[in-house]
Design a protein around this ligand. Structure first.
Ligand SMILES: NC(=O)c1ccc[n+]([C@@H]2O[C@H](COP(=O)([O-])OP(=O)(O)OC[C@H]3O[C@@H](n4cnc5c(N)ncnc54)[C@H](O)[C@@H]3O)[C@@H](O)[C@H]2O)c1
Length: 418
C-alpha cells in the first residue's frame, strides 16, 4: 500500500485518544486519523487539537459516525464495554477493519456473533489483548516453545490489581458496576485468560471459580466517614483517600494517568471540582460498585495441566506474576521487576532481564505500541499474521473461559465444562 491507511476513532478517552491516537501520530506515513467520535465535546476538541482533523470530521457519537458511509479503512472502537457489540457489528457490516477494545462484548453469544460476522465478511479484527505484544510475555512463550521446561503441567498466575487501582477503576470508576461494564473476571482478566491459553498453547476444558466483593461495602466504612473524601474526618488514616490519590499526586506528577481520567487536561481547580461533584471524589465505602475485589479461578487444560489464577485488589503494588512448572524445569516471571528466572532441574538458575530485550516499556510494557504497529503492518500488507496477533477468532476463547469462571463463581464454584 503506497498511501497511509485511514483511521476513524470511536471513543476518544484514555485508550482512543491518549493511547492509540498518540501512537498513530508517530507513524504518519503508515496511518492517518481522518474522523473521530465522542459524546464528550471536550474530548473531541482535544482530538482536533491533537490530530488537526476538521470539525466536519468529528461526530457526537460513534452511532452518528456509523450512520455515514464508510469514512476510513479502519475503525478503532474504544468506547465503554457495553457499547462495543452494536458499534462493532455496524462497523463490520460497513466493511471496516477493526481495532476492538476488550471485552469484545459482555455476553458469549455476542462475542461469537461478532467473530462470525468478521469471518463471513473477511474483515480483520484485532482485539486489544496487549499483553501478548510485550517483550516479557513473548520471551516466556519463546522459552516454553523451546522446550526448556519440558511439558507444562502446572501454572500459577497472579494479577495484583493493587489497592489504589481497584479503588480508582473498580470501586469509583468506569468498571465498578457489572451493569455498566461487565463482570471483573471478564473486563479485567480476559487478558489473563488469553495469555495463559496463548502461553501454554492449550485449550481450556473445565473451569471453577470463587470470589466476592468483600471489602468495598458500606458496612466497612470507618467511623465518622462521609460520602466524599473532601469532607472526611477519617481521611488522614484512610489508604483510599481520593484527595491523596488525585490532588496530591497531581501536585507531584502533573498531567498523568489516572489524574487525567478524573479531569480531562487536569488543573488543580478541575480536580477539586471533580472531587466535589464527580464519581472519583466518593468514599470507597459509599459507591454503587458491585464487581468483586478478589477472585480465584482454576482451569483444567486439554493435556491435563492445571492453572490457578488469582485476581486481587489487596496488594500494595500492581503487576503480574507467573510460575510455570514443567517436567524439565520451572519459570518464575515477574512483570513488574521485568525478570524471568529459568530454573532447569539439576542445573544452575538463569535470570533473564527483560530490559535487555527492548527499550520500549511505554503503555502496558510496550504492548500498546507493538499491537498498533503489528495491526497496521498487517493491514498494509507489510507483514503476515504473526503468532502474536490477537484476532477475534483467537480471542473469543479467552472471553468464553472468563464467562464460564463467572458462571462458576455465581454457582458456588460449580465446575463448568467448555
Ligand atoms: N486493552 C487494555 O489493556 C485496556 C485498558 C483500559 C481500558 N480498556 C478498554 O478500552 C475501552 C475504553 O476505555 P478507556 O479507559 O479509554 O475509557 P474512557 O472512559 O477514558 O474512554 C471512553 C470514551 O468513550 C466515550 N463514549 C461513550 N459513549 C460513546 C459513544 N456512544 N460514542 C462515542 N464515544 C462514546 C466516552 O465519552 C469516553 O471519552 C473500554 O472498553 C475498556 O474496557 C482496555
Amino acid at each position: 500500500m503506497n498511501r497511509p491507511l485511514t483511521v476513524a476513532v470511536a471513543g476518544c478517552g484514555s485508550r482512543g485518544q491518549d493511547t492509540y491516537t498518540k501512537i498513530l501520530l508517530t507513524m504518519p506515513e503508515k496511518a492517518r486519523i481522518v474522523a473521530a467520535a465522542d459524546i464528550d465535546t471536550e474530548k473531541l476538541a482535544g482530538m482536533r487539537r491533537l490530530t488537526g482533523i476538521p470539525e466536519s470530521a468529528c461526530y457526537a457519537s460513534a452511532e452518528e459516525m456509523l450512520l455515514r458511509p464508510k469514512l476510513a479503512d479502519v475503525m478503532l472502537i474504544c468506547t465503554p464495554d457495553r457499547c462495543h457489540y452494536l458499534q462493532a457489528r455496524e462497523a463490520l457490516l460497513k466493511d471496516y477493519d477493526l481495532l476492538l477494545e476488550k471485552p469484545i462484548s459482555p455476553t458469549a453469544e455476542q462475542c461469537r456473533e461478532l467473530r462470525d460476522i468478521a469471518v463471513a465478511r473477511g474483515r480483520r479484527v484485532a482485539v486489544c489483548h496487549v499483553l501478548r505484544y510485550t517483550a516479557f510475555y513473548q520471551k516466556i512463550r519463546e522459552l516454553i516453545a523451546s522446550g526448556v521446561v519440558g511439558e507444562v503441567l502446572s501454572v500459577q498466575a497472579m494479577e495484583q490489581v493493587c489497592y489504589w487501582h481497584q479503588a480508582h477503576s473498580f470501586v469509583r470508576g468506569n468498571w465498578r458496576n457489572e451493569g455498566l461494564s461487565s463482570c471483573m473476571i471478564l473486563q479485567k482478566c480476559c487478558h489473563d485468560m488469553d495469555i495463559l491459553l496463548w502461553l501454554t498453547g492449550q485449550h481450556c476444558m473445565r473451569v471453577s471459580s470463587f470470589g466476592s466483593l468483600s471489602h468495598f461495602r458500606s458496612e466497612n466504612a470507618p467511623q465518622g466517614s462521609t460520602e466524599r473524601c473532601l469532607d472526611c474526618a477519617a481521611g488522614e488514616s484512610c489508604p483510599y483517600n481520593a484527595v491523596r490519590f488525585y490532588l496530591d499526586e497531581f501536585r507531584r506528577t502533573g498531567d498523568e494517568w489516572p489524574q487525567n481520567v478524573v479531569a480531562f487536561e487536569p488543573t488543580e481547580e478541575k480536580l477539586l471540582a471533580a472531587l466535589r461533584n464527580g464519581p472519583y471524589g466518593r468514599c470507597v465505602y459509599h459507591c454503587d460498585n458491585d464487581v468483586v475485589d478478589h477472585q480465584s479461578v482454576s482451569l483444567e487444560l486439554e493435556n491435563g495441566a492445571t492453572v490457578s489464577f488469582t485476581m486481587t485488589a489487596f496488594t500494595a503494588h500492581g503487576g503480574r506474576t507467573l510460575r510455570v512448572g514443567g517436567t524439565m524445569g520451572e519459570l518464575y516471571c515477574d512483570m513488574k521487576a521485568n525478570t524471568i528466572k529459568v530454573m532447569r532441574y539439576g542445573q544452575t538458575d538463569e535470570i533473564i532481564d527483560v530490559r535487555t530485550l527492548t527499550d520500549d516499556f511505554s503503555g502496558h510494557g510496550g504492548g500498546d505500541a507493538r499491537l498498533v504497529h503489528e495491526f497496521i503492518g498487517l493491514l498494509r500488507g507489510e507483514a503476515d499474521v504473526s503468532p502474536t496477533m490477537t484476532s477475534i477468532e483467537r480471542s473469543v476463547e479467552s472471553h468464553l473461559v472468563a464467562l464460564a469462571a463467572e458462571e462458576s463463581r455465581l454457582n458456588g464454584g460449580k465446575v463448568i465444562e467448555l
